[in-house]
Design a protein around this ligand. Structure first.
Ligand SMILES: *Cc1c(COP(=O)(O)O)cnc(C)c1O
Length: 399
């Protein structure tokens, strides 16, 4: 296990558990101890570890062809794009690999759209972003973060972004001028601690974008693809963005797959040679992505996240006032604010780990819960039992 002499860069502070295998909502460490995984790789494992359907799709493709680059076509990519646009109600897909690449690609598309379609003067395009945002770790993306640990010492920063308070449509109305090409938002902020904006926020932002001819870009990399009990968090408030940014669960927990999805009038601005990726849209990624889309097209994961989410919400709400100061739940996704009197969120996660449940703290006092959607109701109830015990420092169950 990693220690002081680890050869790994220290850009993470993992819980001291070394996982060797996984199945469904469960993982097993190198000593054979089993844990419930309540993080699901930040929602990249929405459909469970080694999901049989997804693994079968990957294995079948491994036996055919895995990478040809975009210099040639491959027989998985067009079907993947067609099936993904059908799921999203859009017309075009730009395939990439990681979430940050989808965000970067969305930014490039919005800028090109601004110059070529909206007529913004050259090099003036500006994108509105929200306080507390998390969109990834590249130099451009950290340029518009307000998290000091993500940003400090990584300048100089990329210009062309303006930050407004998350959840305030008035702030967006005030900030929109002729240089604004897009508003880039997480419909629910994940890394910030599952922050849910007021119900009328996104609908109002959508209306403002329409009035001022500004693109609404929804970063659904963590919130999308079933997690919130709908295909997209935008669906919960009846909003359709101009661009969806997708990642994480799109790769089924097997390979990195991300995408920008939108209509032709926006994504169609890209011309050959202007953007690309060696691995983006590779046949293995596309085959796995197709299996993910097939699963979501049934509506089953969304229904399950909605139903189990109601269980989770009921259980967590009962903890408020008992070591928990607030909870925010959307589908099978929750931010639990830990009362400082019982410790930090990290300490609660360490106690949960001792009780056989893995979860992740964020921003000091928040425990984030995002179990694989395939988790059984009994396992979910058990996980909340363990959380409940972890909120009482003296009473950690050892199972
Ligand atoms: C994880 C995440 C990203 C970045 O994805 P990577 O695959 O880690 O680059 C971007 N936006 C949101 C909302 C995320 O949760």
């Amino acid at each position: 296990m990693s220690g002081a002499r680890s050869a790994l860069a220290h850009n993470y502070h993992p819980l001291p558990v070394e996982i060797a295998s996984g199945e469904g909502a469960w993982v097993t460490d190198t000593s054979g101890r089993r844990y419930l995984d309540l993080l699901a790789a930040y929602s990249a494992v929405n459909f469970g570890h080694r999901n049989a359907e997804l693994v079968a799709a990957a294995k079948a493709q491994l036996d055919r062809v895995t990478l040809v680059s975009r210099a040639f076509e491959n027989d998985q990519l067009e079907p993947f794009a067609a099936e993904l646009v059908a799921l999203c109600g859009k017309e075009m897909v730009l395939p990439m690999n990681t979430g940050a690449e989808a965000v970067e690609s969305g930014i490039k598309v919005a800028r090109a759209w601004g110059y070529r379609v909206k007529g913004v003067p050259h090099d003036q395009a500006t994108i509105l972003v929200a306080s507390g945002n998390f969109h990834g770790r590249t130099t451009t993306i950290v340029s518009f973060s307000d998290d000091p640990s993500a940003r400090d010492d990584f300048g100089p920063y990329t210009p062309g972004f303006r930050m407004v308070p998350y959840g305030s449509a008035e702030a967006i109305a005030e900030a929109i001028d002729d240089t604004i090409v897009a508003v880039l938002l997480e419909p629910v902020q994940g890394e910030a601690g599952i922050i849910v904006p007021p119900d009328d926020y996104l609908p109002t932002v959508r209306r403002l974008c329409d009035e001022h001819r500004v693109l609404l870009i929804a970063d659904e990399i963590q919130s999308g693809l079933g997690r919130v009990g709908a295909t997209f968090a935008c669906d919960l408030v009846g909003v359709v963005p101009d661009l969806y940014l997708l990642g994480k669960a799109l790769g089924g927990g097997i390979v990195p797959v991300s995408a920008v999805v939108g209509d032709r009038d926006v994504l169609g601005v890209l011309r050959p040679g202007e953007h690309g990726s060696t691995f983006g849209g590779n046949p293995l990624a596309a085959a796995v992505g197709r299996a993910v889309v097939r699963m979501l097209a049934t509506g089953e994961p969304q229904r399950r996240a909605r139903e189990l989410g109601a269980v989770l919400e009921r259980r967590l709400t009962a903890l408020v006032g008992h070591g928990v100061t607030a909870v925010r739940v959307r589908g099978l996704w929750a931010g639990v604010d830990v009362d400082p009197a019982v410790g930090t969120a990290r300490q609660v996660c360490e106690r949960m780990m001792a009780g056989g449940v893995l979860a992740k703290d964020t921003h000091g006092q928040t425990v984030r819960l995002a179990p694989p959607i395939v988790i059984s109701e009994a396992d979910l109830e058990h996980a909340v039992d363990v959380l409940e015990h972890a909120l009482v420092p003296a009473a950690v169950p050892t199972t």
